[in-house]
Structure formats: C-alpha cells, structure tokens
Ligand binder design. Structure first.
Ligand SMILES: Nc1ncnc2c1ncn2[C@@H]1O[C@H](COP(=O)(O)OP(=O)(O)OP(=O)(O)O)[C@@H](O)[C@H]1O
Length: 317
C-alpha cells in the first residue's frame, strides 16, 4: 500500500447525512483519526455517533462528503476499505446455530483472508472464549455473545477497530478484558475508535476525544489538553453565618456566593501546583468569615462534556 504512515488512517471530509424524511443526522463533519490512537467519540443519545461509524464502515450512505480509510476511498475502493475495518456493533445479531469457532472463522473468510487457526485461537483465548469454541452461540450468555462479536470483528486482523458502545450492558469482568485487549491491540498498531456513554471510560482509555452533538462535531481535542483547558476544581465552604456580599478585598479571588448566602465556592485550576487554598482560608479568617464544613470537587470529563453540549445548544448553528 502506498500510504504514508504519518498520514491519518481515517479522513472524513464534509460528511453530511440526511435520512429519508430529511432529518439531518450529520452536518459537515471533518475528522482525521491518527494511526494507532484510541479515539473516543462522545455525544448524547441521537447525536449521530452510530451514523458516523456506519458511514465509515459502509453500512450507511453519506449524503455528501468523502471518507478515506487506510488509504482507500470507502465508496470507490469499498472492499479494500472494508477489509481494513473491524466493527463491533451495538446490537447482538449473530448466527445463533453456529459454533463460536465456525462463526469467527467464517467472518475471517468473508474478507478473503486465508485460514489462520493459530490467530483465531489467540483471539478466542484473549477473549476467554476458548473453552466455549464448540458451543453454539444461542447457548451463550449475553456477555459471552458480546465477546463473540469482538472476536468476529477481529477475525480478519483489521488495522482499524470500531467499538460502538462496547460497555453497554457488560459486566465488570468483560469490561476489564475488553480494555486490556484494546490496549494490547493499540500496542500492536491497531487504531481504535469507540463510542461510549461511560465517560470515565473515555477518560481512562482515550488519547483523543471528539464530542458530537446534534450531528455536529463540536470539539476534537487531545484528552489531556481537554482536561487541562476545561478542568476546574471547586472548594465549597458552608458558612456559619450567611453573607450578603463578598468583601471587596476578596474580589480578586475566584469566589462565588450561593444565592442563599450560605456557602462560598472557590474555583481554581486543578493543574496548578499552588491552589491558593491556604492563603484564602487565612484571608477568610482575617475577615472573621467562619465556616462549618468544606468539601472539594473536581470537574470530571463528564462535567466538561455536559458544559460543551450545553454551550453548543445555546449557540445557534
Ligand atoms: N434509519 C434512520 N432513519 C431516520 N432517522 C434515523 C435513522 N437512523 C438514525 N436516525 C436518527 O439520526 C439521529 C442520529 O442517530 P444515531 O443512531 O447516529 O445516534 P447516536 O449518537 O448513535 O445515538 P445513541 O447514543 O442513542 O446510540 C437520531 O436522531 C436518529 O433518530
């Protein structure tokens, strides 16, 4: 393949999707996915995540725009593009009467790959499916079926793996197995794109994060940068005596007074070494401002995500 390894492994340009009836599910999406990264696509229900994945995987037809996957145009070079991609879909519909071994081997064959029992065995072992290799899929638990879907997606050794809501309805053990595998795959050069509602998961796993809302990609950012830029910590002081105003010489501090005057909230940059808390407490003491309790909280990726989605709602498109 004549693909420069530093070029993005997936490039979406000007992707639009209008479903029959005219509903605009994606609006002018441009996105590059870098080789070997774990990219998390976050968005509320109905934001367009599955539609976006469906387009790259050739399941949904874009109304406008182009997608290049692993150097292949997904429309012109459909087969080659599709062969580079593994998809773990949200829904479980798989061949109930087949054995685990047969269905995974069959998936590999679909992409014209020669049989490789050693590889299939490794995938099944990694997913703790080896003992179940001869079991019919219909006899497996939901979690085991999910493992089969992952094994099927990996059967043809794709360089890109999409996981659409992989953790939905999955127990802790499978989640751990899955993330261990995802990390291993990434270490071996596979690019992983996942959608998730479990924001801690994105926080934990992703190198970069894209936030999509109402069909628009509103942010694409390195996870650490996103957390640093938007992450804040808050210290809440419950006051002994309600206050009506913040004293003037505390104006320079990032303080807000609750509407009922019962608590003061100090916001500070969670990445700074000096939080300023000790100094603030001294200042409050000097002003005779006494408090009965204090608690701190950190804005999580979830808070950041919620505020980004809110902002985009408030800003008319
Ligand atoms: N075949 C279809 N026909 C018409 N509208 C559709 C179709 N498929 C999806 N939609 C609409 O497009 C929007 C985006 O759906 P999509 O499934 O991509 O969202 P999502 O971000 O994956 O949501 P979720 O988190 O709930 O899975 C939704 O409003 C959905 O109702």
């Amino acid at each position: 393949m004549s693909v420069n390894s530093s070029s993005p492994i997936i490039s979406l340009r000007g992707i639009n999707k209008a479903y029959a009836g005219g509903f605009q599910a994606l609006k002018n999406v441009d996105l590059d996915i870098e080789r070997g990264e774990i990219f998390a696509l976050l968005g509320p229900n109905g934001a367009g995540k599955t539609t976006l994945i469906g387009i790259v995987c050739g399941i949904v037809k874009a109304t406008a725009g182009t997608v290049v996957a692993d150097g292949y145009d997904i429309v012109r070079d459909y087969r080659a593009a599709r062969a580079a991609i593994g998809l773990v879909p949200q829904e479980l519909h798989t061949d109930a009467f087949e054995s685990v071994w047969a269905t995974v081997t069959f998936s590999r064959g679909l992409f014209g790959k020669p049989p490789n029992p050693v590889y299939v065995e490794k995938v099944l072992r990694d997913l703790s499916l080896w003992e179940k290799r001869d079991a019919k899929i219909m006899t497996l638990s939901g979690g085991m079926k999910r493992r089969v879907l992952i094994a099927k997606a990996l059967a043809h050794e794709p360089s890109i793996l999409f996981l659409d809501e992989p953790s939905a309805g999955v127990d802790v053990e499978l989640r751990h197995d899955m993330w261990r595998m995802v990390r291993e795959l990434r270490a071996n050069g596979t690019t992983i794109i996942l959608t998730t509602h479990y924001i801690e998961e994105a926080e934990d796993m992703a190198d970069r994060i894209g936030v999509i809302n109402k069909g628009e990609l509103i942010v694409v950012e390195d996870k650490a940068v996103l957390m640093r830029k938007l992450g804040k910590k808050q210290l809440t002081l419950s006051l002994r005596q309600p206050m009506s105003d913040i004293p003037d010489d505390l104006a320079a501090w990032s303080l807000t007074l609750a509407v009922d005057g019962q608590s003061l909230v100090y916001s500070f940059d969670s990445q700074e070494e000096e939080t300023g808390i000790a100094e603030l407490l001294r200042m409050l003491n000097a002003h005779g401002i006494d408090f009965k309790d204090l608690s701190s909280s950190e804005s999580s990726l979830e808070d950041i995500f919620v505020s980004l989605v809110q902002q985009s709602r408030e800003t008319p498109a």
